[in-house]
Design a binder for this molecule. Structure first.
Ligand SMILES: Cc1cc2nc3c(=O)[nH]c(=O)nc-3n(C[C@H](O)[C@H](O)[C@H](O)COP(=O)(O)OP(=O)(O)OC[C@H]3O[C@@H](n4cnc5c(N)ncnc54)[C@H](O)[C@@H]3O)c2cc1C
Length: 380
């Protein structure tokens, strides 16, 4: 048993933290206000090597799943909006190719991400949210091509993505066995971006419709085997939940740091808030939530690295706990700031809004509990 990060992981953590403090954190409030995607910052992240993390060395990558969790935490601590753009590009949207892609797909797409390509993962539809297998986007085969028809909703990075990994069914009556996974490049005939959502938080990142209207892609764009797309999607989500948990942890850490600094400065009744037991108890609970979340995340990331795929129970536990802990931590941070925490003059207001999505996407908390319970009870 060893609870220490390796020397390499510690150095990486220091490098990412320094980068985020200098290049991301000072601009996060501005991006939140303007809803602007920070393309220039993406270039700087690429130069710092942040887009190479967790990809195999063979394709130009470096680092492991624990380093990816560290980066997801640090980037999200500075800006959760940029955080989702980053971790959806490297994680969620790329796991289908990393885990099931052909050699040709890996050689083509992984270096593009390492060079800063933004990527999206298009699974959710109007009638298929938690019930993923109910998706209705259809595909047919015509010679050496697949033709896709349907609409995805709420897709992170939809407006900026250079390519998307997505899912469609041959025949809805086949249920999950009818689903296959594909990669579709931006600019492909019949593929377009629809409605861009106006969201509560994560403002610099887009969440959009993706429209496939007789979208024609080569058969080489099938990811894995035909009819195995449901498994591809679930394995990608299992792995990605660890980075969403790390995103929640990053937001918690930012809210906690702000609350600690504030309660040492702010005085009421002639003393610092930090000297009041009611505040101390909140700080103690926040610190314990953060420590527990970090341990669950590192364990799930470590298991993913060791076993080559994410363990569904541990990744669901990490996501469930870290996201709900972040809810508690951000709530308490606003409480400690009092009325000031409800204004846009203080970042805790943004953390409170940004945090909420971590309990919803990549499976709501109810879906995480379902996954954990099925694993624990051994029922389907
Ligand atoms: C900002 C944002 C970004 C997103 N990014 C992406 C993305 O990049 N790619 C993508 O594919 N999707 C994305 N999503 C979609 C997201 O994953 C879904 O919204 C989420 O999975 C929930 O689906 P739903 O919204 O349809 O809710 P529903 O499935 O309609 O659920 C509504 C409520 O019912 C509960 N519920 C449903 N079924 C059960 C059950 N069997 N037992 C108990 N409770 C149940 C849910 O937990 C929830 O509380 C994003 C969403 C948002 C808002």
């Amino acid at each position: 048993m060893d609870f220490e990060l390796t020397e390499g992981q510690k150095m990486f953590q220091t490098m990412v933290r320094d980068f985020c403090v200098k290049e991301i954190e000072p601009y996060a409030a501005e991006w939140d206000e303007s809803n602007k995607f920070p393309h220039e910052t993406i270039k700087k992240m690429v130069d710092a090597g942040l887009f190479a993390v967790h990809f195999p060395e063979k394709y130009g990558g470096s680092g492991d799943e624990i380093s990816f969790a560290i980066a997801a935490e640090e980037v999200s601590r500075a800006s959760a909006g940029l955080g989702v753009a980053y971790l959806a590009s490297l994680g969620l949207a790329m796991y289908p190719i990393l885990m099931h892609g052909s050699e040709q797909q890996k050689e083509h797409y992984i270096p593009r991400v390492i060079n800063g390509a933004i990527v999206a993962f298009g699974l959710t539809e109007a009638m298929a949210g938690s019930d993923v297998a109910a998706l209705e986007t259809r595909y047919t085969r015509e010679g050496d091509f697949y033709i896709l028809n349907g609409t995805k909703i709420f897709i992170s990075n939809g407006a900026e993505a250079q390519f998307v990994t997505t899912f469609a069914t041959k025949d809805k009556l086949l249920g999950y066995r009818g689903i296959s996974a594909f990669v579709v490049d931006q600019g492909t005939f019949g593929f377009s971006v629809g409605k861009i959502e106006r969201k509560m938080g994560l403002h610099p990142a887009s969440a959009t419709e993706l429209i496939f209207d007789n979208c024609k892609i080569p058969v080489a764009n099938l990811i894995g085997e035909e009819g195995r797309g449901f498994r591809v999607a679930l394995e990608a989500i299992d792995a990605s939940r660890v980075s969403i948990a790390a995103q929640a942890l990053g937001i918690s850490q930012a809210a906690f740091d702000a609350a600690v600094a504030y309660c040492k400065e702010r005085k009421q009744f002639g003393m610092e808030l930090a000297k009041m037991q009611a505040i101390q108890w909140m700080i103690a609970d926040m610190a314990t939530d953060i420590e527990t979340a970090r341990l669950l995340i590192y364990k799930a990331a470590w298991l993913t690295e060791k076993e080559g795929h994410a363990p569904p129970k541990e990744s669901a536990m990490a996501k469930l706990f870290a996201s709900e802990a972040s809810h508690r931590v951000c709530h308490k941070a606003v409480q400690i700031f009092g009325g000031y925490g409800y204004t846009k003059d203080f970042a805790v207001e943004r953390y409170y809004r940004d945090q909420r999505i971590t309990e919803l996407y990549e499976g709501t908390s109810e879906m995480q509990r379902w996954t954990i319970a099925r694993q624990v009870l051994g029922v389907k």
